[in-house]
Design a protein around this ligand. Structure first.
Ligand code: 5GP
Length: 182
């Protein structure tokens, strides 16, 4: 299991989608969320559900992990990946902490922006309100601190292709170790 974490706006969703395009043995989990769809989203990014539906799924133990982030619930359904595929999650740090506890072998990769200024610009470019951008930036220092604590690898997303290639090389190295532990 591979877990991508990083502050909102860093582009980890784009990197995750690129990774599964490049690597046919990586299976990207689709999360549930109670937040509403953004204007620039096509609806495939999440299963968008209401809070009551999400809470029922928690009670029914349907999540591998879930967390509340800036007033909305986000959760990873129990993975249903084809046999032999590695599971890729793109989640925030509280969820990554739960995954790590349940599965100490999970590989956590922290994706960083080239600079804080770029992060701010990317959040604005998504069409979020100024208020929302300020809220998201306010939690970035804690997300980064926790992220560094959890992550085994740190990758700077200065360019989606370059960052994706770097992550694929990390995964290739880990798969090699798994095949040939000595
Ligand atoms: P956004 O609302 O910007 O799409 O996502 C907000 C944050 O929630 C991002 O850091 C994203 O990675 C994270 N997130 C997305 N899906 C999940 C999930 O299933 N579980 C958890 N814990 N976080 C998630």
């Amino acid at each position: 299991m591979v877990v991508l974490i990083g502050p909102g706006g860093v582009g980890k969703g784009t990197v995750a989608r690129r990774l599964v395009e490049l690597d046919s043995h990586l299976w990207l989990s689709r999360s549930w969320t109670t937040r509403s769809r953004r204007p620039n989203e096509d609806g495939t990014e999440y299963y968008f559900v209401d809070r009551a539906t999400f809470e029922r799924a928690i009670d029914d133990d349907r999540f591998l992990e879930w967390a509340e982030f800036h007033g909305h619930l986000y959760g990873t359904p129990q993975p249903d990946a084809p046999a032999g595929d590695d599971v890729l999650l793109e989640i925030e740090v509280q969820g990554a902490e739960q995954v790590r506890k349940a599965n100490p072998d999970a590989v956590v990769i922290l994706v960083l922006p080239p600079s804080m200024r770029q992060l701010e610009e990317r959040l604005r470019a998504r069409g979020d309100s100024e208020e929302h951008v300020a809220l998201r930036l306010s939690s970035t220092p804690q997300e980064l601190a926790k992220g560094h604590e959890l992550a085994s690898y740190v990758v700077v997303n200065d360019d989606v292709e370059r960052a994706s290639d770097e992550i694929l090389s990390i995964l290739e190295g880990l798969r090699q170790q798994r095949r040939d532990p000595l």
